[in-house]
Design a protein around this ligand. Structure first.
Ligand SMILES: NC(=O)C1=CN([C@@H]2O[C@H](COP(=O)(O)OP(=O)(O)OC[C@H]3O[C@@H](n4cnc5c(N)ncnc54)[C@H](OP(=O)(O)O)[C@@H]3O)[C@@H](O)[C@H]2O)C=CC1
Ligand SMILES: Nc1nc(O)c(N)c(N[C@@H]2O[C@H](COP(=O)(O)O)[C@@H](O)[C@H]2O)n1
Length: 240
């Protein structure tokens, strides 16, 4: 069922000075990724959730925005049954968690910085951040990196990718949430797009995956894969 994931290369282009970027998330039929006020929803069924964890295992790093950390308190680890591990993949590799957080709102109580967390996060922030929070997070094992901000006041994604390249990250899986999905979709920096579509309606109060689609790409090399009750769309974004 998951063989199509092995056919995708998540390696960077030859000579590239940034990692391969994969954007992947789960949405409802009405394009929502969460419920009212951002309520976390398990949209993916068991099979597509397994596909998501296989994808996590195939990437060096996994990225979410601070909104997702504050809302979901995610672990961002790989959790797979042994029979679902890709053949010949060896022991599970957990991706390096990466967070975009321009002022350091990251809570010192988050699961990602618990003593038991498998890989402590790398948190990317702006020059204007909470310096005491930086010291507190570093004491818990997190690494904090400073990036410039772009014209919208967001952390610069090209600078992020070039820093990740210097840190030997070759593949980056971007999971969300809405703000981060929108930024990456418009950035022209995504090479692989894998969208889980769950057969449910969330309703108008839910959180849209994308704020506006004006600068969104068109898609090429599209395929659809049935995973239990869900469909996973796999495509390559093309920016005109
Ligand atoms: N269904 C799914 O697959 C998924 C659903 N979700 C859901 O998404 C929701 C969270 O979405 P949202 O609140 O938008 O939060 P995000 O996780 O997208 O974080 C957005 C925040 O990240 C910071 N940020 C820094 N740099 C950038 C940048 N370049 N582009 C975008 N953001 C940047 C900003 O905060 P600051 O200015 O403070 O830096 C921004 O407000 C939750 O409800 C969660 O459950 C999340 C992941 C997957
Ligand atoms: N693939 C997918 N399907 C859903 O239905 C989801 N709600 C998500 N959410 C993402 O997974 C994170 C939680 O990860 P952990 O289980 O804690 O490792 C959550 O924060 C979203 O990024 N994904």
């Amino acid at each position: 069922m998951y063989r199509f994931l092995s056919d995708i290369s998540f390696a960077p282009d030859e000579g590239a000075r940034s990692p391969h970027v994969t954007l992947t998330y789960a949405q409802s039929l009405d394009g929502k990724i969460a419920g009212r006020h951002g309520k976390q929803l398990i949209l993916s069924g068991p099979q597509s959730m397994t596909a998501t964890h296989i994808l996590r295992s195939k990437h060096d790093a996994i990225l979410v925005g601070i909104g997702t950390v504050l809302n979901d308190d995610p672990r961002l680890t790989v959790r797979l049954n042994p029979e679902d591990l890709p053949q010949g993949s060896g022991p599970v590799q957990h991706p390096q968690p990466i967070i975009l957080d321009s002022t350091l709102r990251f809570p010192t109580t988050a699961k990602l910085v618990l003593p038991t967390s498998l890989k402590k996060p790398w948190i990317f922030t702006s020059p204007i951040h909470d310096f005491q929070r930086k010291r507190d997070l570093e004491a818990l094992g997190a690494k904090v990196y400073v990036l410039d901000v772009d014209a919208q006041g967001h952390l610069s994604l090209p600078d992020l990718l070039s820093t990740l390249h210097q840190l030997s990250i070759q593949s980056l899986m971007v999971e969300g949430g809405a703000g981060v999905i929108s930024s990456f979709l418009k950035s022209g920096l995504v090479q692989s797009f894998l969208l889980t579509i769950a057969p449910v309606y969330v309703g108008v109060d839910g959180i849209n995956a994308v704020d506006n689609a004006e600068a969104a790409p068109v898609f090429e090399n599209i395929s659809y894969h049935t995973l239990g009750r869900d469909v996973m769309m796999v495509a390559r974004p093309h920016y005109q």
